[in-house]
Design a protein around this ligand. Sequence first.
Ligand code: MN
Length: 203
Amino acid sequence: MEKTLPNADGVFELMTLPYAPQELEPVVSAATIGFHHGKHLLTYVNNLNALLPGSAHEGKALEEIVTSAEPGGLLNNAGQLLNHNLYFAQFRGPVADNAPTGTLADAIIGQFGSLDAFKKDFVQKGASLFGSGWVWLAADDAGRLTIVQEPNAGNPVRRGLRPLLTMDVWEHAYYLDYQNRRPDHLNALWQIVNWDEVARRYQ
Ligand code: MN
């Protein structure tokens, strides 16, 4: 997994989106992106930067902090920063019949039977996650795929797994566009998954 380091001033920066805020419409509105990236994620960045000075984690890579920090506010904010960086970087504008190719597609079909079976299982695990959290596609050292439910700020790196794809099931991710219809939001997200980015994480 790549390492995200603080800048020369020792602080983590808000990631730059690889698309314009309106580019994910109608799946995710520009308004949701504006609040989610520009307000919610920025708050996690600022909280983490406020907690790091004088802590045991000053100067470390974000991935290292999330793997090693004790449960608490610093881990929660570092986890939310890493989770959102992976989340926002894995999308692009809607694509009809969007699907993975190559080694990743072979692994998904080998593990879950078909792409549709995988998507159904993934959405079911996201829809049934009680409260706030994240559903992940993750890989072990042998490249075996698994779907993992993580509450709150959880990330599968703490289980020794490599995170590949994630859906945010905190209400702030979908409430402006989908209100209480979390499964509808999750099903719609398949249209904007950038499978090239997911495949790059799997290699
Ligand atoms: Mn979020």
